[in-house]
Design a protein around this ligand. Structure first.
Ligand SMILES: [Zn+2]
Length: 279
């Protein structure tokens, strides 16, 4: 399975020379199997870069099929939706799966709000030319997506929760735990450990440098150390620090990687926009 990080930044997109190496786009991660089946996680601004690549192939001809998993609908995870060009080509089939933590609301209702005229000239999901299906999932349920086995779980994110994913394909497993803050990062919740158990790659929220965390406790995000604890306890083979703070410059992220690497035997790197990884 090949992974490409199209957006690795959290909260809002950044630009400028201090953000060139790790990238400024918000979260979007592509997974592709050896047979060519594709899955996208989150539709942050990074997804618009993927869209350009997709349009050069089947999606430009209206023959593309893409399942997309959403961790949640905070803006940094859906801001690429109104600008994701495969939506504008008739014939493409795009399936969006995600939970809605606001009780009684469907995922479709929330995404419809995003395209309301107050926020977007698209004026509603019905104006997207592609075939779009939006499925509200219940965390804890397994999902059926061609080529991928997917397990899900709800993890705490400030005053709400997000959906975390365990995705297996080609005999390899990736766990995606972005936008999570455990009651104590030294003692992560069982749901997180279970999703990350034995994973070949754990992609984990690392919004805060460890020394900044105390001032930001309760904001819904993790210090880099949280991913280490999850990776060690769950036996994950590699850790990608993810959802970098918009305040974190390239040099600051390098420092976080160095400090994090020094405290664990698990191989650690910081996810960088545009980088590929074979797991
Ligand atoms: Zn986020």
């Amino acid at each position: 399975m090949r992974i490409r990080f199209w957006g690795v930044r959290g909260s809002f997109a950044m630009s400028g020379r201090d953000f060139l190496r790790y990238g400024g786009n918000t979260t979007s991660v592509e997974l592709v199997t050896a047979a060519g089946e594709r899955l996208l996680i989150d539709l942050g601004t990074g997804a618009t870069e993927l869209a350009k690549t997709l349009m050069g192939g089947e999606f430009g001809k209206g023959q593309g099929q893409l399942p997309i998993l959403l961790s949640h609908t905070h803006l940094d995870h859906i801001q690429g939706l109104p600008f994701f060009t495969p939506f504008f080509i008739k014939g493409n089939q795009i399936r969006i799966l995600g939970a809605n933590p606001i009780s009684g609301l469907s995922l479709e209702a929330t995404l419809q709000n995003q395209l309301a005229p107050h926020y977007s000239p698209l004026n509603g999901l019905e104006n997207l030319a592609a075939g779009v299906s939006i499925e509200t999932i219940q965390p804890g349920a397994a999902l059926e997506v061609p080529g991928f086995e997917i397990e899900t779980g709800a993890v705490p994110h400030g005053s709400m929760w997000t959906t975390a994913y365990r995705i297996t394909a080609d005999g390899k497993t990736v766990a995606y735990l972005s936008d999570v803050e455990y009651p104590s990062y030294e003692d992560p919740l069982e749901v997180a450990l279970s999703l990350a158990r034995g994973a070949d790659l754990l992609i984990h929220d690392a919004m805060h440098a460890d020394h900044d965390y105390e001032l930001r406790r309760g904001w819904g995000h993790s210090p880099a150390a949280a991913g280490v604890v999850v990776a060690e306890r769950a036996g994950a083979k590699k850790l990608a620090l993810f959802h970098h703070s918009p305040d974190a410059t390239d040099d600051m992220i390098d420092e976080v990687v160095a400090r994090t690497t020094a405290r664990t035997a698990v191989p650690v790197f910081a996810a960088a926009e545009g980088s590929y990884l074979d797991v």
